[in-house]
Write a protein that binds this ligand. Structure first.
Ligand code: ADP
Length: 386
């Protein structure tokens, strides 16, 4: 394991609540980890602690098995062999690209330095740009220079703090893919912070979702989307709603009654006895709801957002339940119109209904993975928030 955080707590002096609380995660060499979450959730604080720029108040940070941070001990940043890329590029404006990239290579001879600069500029697709100045480059090019500069000394770990946030949206996602390829070609281990899901999915091998200093889930993108560990993750990643449902066993199969109809033969469904009276909440994603005018269930369009190839409709059933649906953009219905819908769900994600729906923080959800009746304990463990 290359980077390991164990029960990490970080509390700023004078602050009443920790900015980071009880975080455990590990990153393998060569992997790209991404921390995502709303503003103020503790991403940057955590990244700075890994860099050695912020002391920790509890737990440990290990780099290649070496303990570099714990309470009352912070190995200085310059000894950690870590490279950093920030959102504002922080290039030296009066230095040309070659000098910017070669800045951390003072220990090399001039020919070695020139060779390494040329190597990393080629890696980031800017070969031959060494005599240009930062102001002659586009934002995306400047960010690639910043990346080349961070990669040049061959750091053991690269930390990237919102590296694309100063770029426009189209460029951001493209550059995220490019940066992933560059990091993979350099065989770099990296931890990146962003608040943008598309960016996180484009770049990360493993993604951590944070809120209020807690890491809710550290997993691959597929699992975050399809097997969210908490209501917060379910709500934060993708579009969907929690809807009341009842599980019952019919001929050895579990059927799930939802306001959009009965779901049968769904994978990963817990047995009804996992919830009192089989009553739970089910996550219905916008992709789980299909527009079908022949369907007996009708819903009214209360909101719609155009997203190029599709609309994201917010729908209301006659019972008052709200749903979301991705609908191809040639199905252009008017607000207020009633359309037919049905649910197409491969596997269900269930939540204990006793969790207050609006209090996402309080619920964790091993429920979806429950598959047998031996659970006598409640199906979720409330996280302790002070
Ligand atoms: P994020 O990067 O997810 O936006 P931060 O790590 O910057 O979040 O902040 C986490 C929490 O710590 C926030 O409540 C923020 O106000 C607080 N915080 C950040 N920096 C400091 C600081 N230097 N002193 C005190 N509190 C801070």
């Amino acid at each position: 394991m290359f980077l390991e955080l164990r029960q990490l707590d970080i509390q700023y002096p004078g602050s009443r609540t920790p900015a980071v609380q009880g975080v455990n995660l590990s990153l393998q060499a060569g992997d790209i980890g991404v921390l995502i979450g709303p503003s103020g959730c503790g991403k940057t604080t955590l990244l700075r602690a890994v860099a050695g720029l912020e002391p920790v108040s509890g737990g440990q940070i290990l780099l290649s098995g070496r303990m570099v941070s714990e309470k009352n001990h912070t190995e200085p940043a310059e000894r950690r062999r870590i490279g950093m890329v920030f959102q504002d590029y922080a290039l030296f404006p009066h230095m040309d690209v070659g000098s910017n990239v070669g800045f951390g290579l003072a220990h090399l001879s001039k020919p070695e330095r020139q060779q390494r600069v040329a190597e990393v500029l080629t890696l980031v697709g800017l070969d031959g740009s060494d005599k240009r100045f930062p102001h002659e480059l586009s934002g995306g090019q400047q960010q690639r220079v910043a990346l080349a500069r961070a990669l040049a000394p061959k750091p053991d770990l690269l930390l990237l703090d919102e590296p694309f946030s100063n770029l426009d949206v189209d460029l951001r996602e493209r550059l995220a893919h490019e940066v992933r390829n560059i990091l993979k070609a350099a065989q770099a281990t990296a931890l990146l912070v962003t608040h943008d899901q598309l960016e996180a999915f484009a770049i990360g091998d493993v993604i951590g979702v944070m809120n209020h200093g807690h890491l809710h889930q550290w997993d691959d993108a597929y699992s975050l989307y399809h097997r969210p560990a908490t209501r917060f993750v379910a709500d934060f990643i993708g579009h969907g709603v929690f809807t009341p449902a009842t599980l019952r066993e019919v001929d050895g199969h579990v059927w799930v009654s939802t306001p959009v109809g009965e779901l049968r033969d769904v994978a990963e469904c817990p047995l009804p006895c996992a919830f009192e009276g089989g009553q739970c909440d089910v996550l219905l994603r916008a992709d789980d709801i299909v527009h079908d005018d022949d369907a007996p269930v009708k819903a009214q369009i209360v909101r719609k957002a155009f997203r190029g190839s599709e609309f994201l409709y917010t729908l209301r059933l006659a019972t008052g339940e709200q749903l979301m649906a991705h609908v191809p953009s040639h199905h252009d219905h008017k607000l207020g119109e009633w359309i037919g819908i049905r649910a197409e769900v491969d596997h269900v994600v269930t939540f204990n209904r006793s969790c207050p729906v609006n209090d996402r923080e309080l619920c964790q959800m091993p429920c979806a993975k429950a598959s047998a009746c031996e659970h006598t304990e409640p199906q979720y463990q409330p996280v302790k928030f002070d």
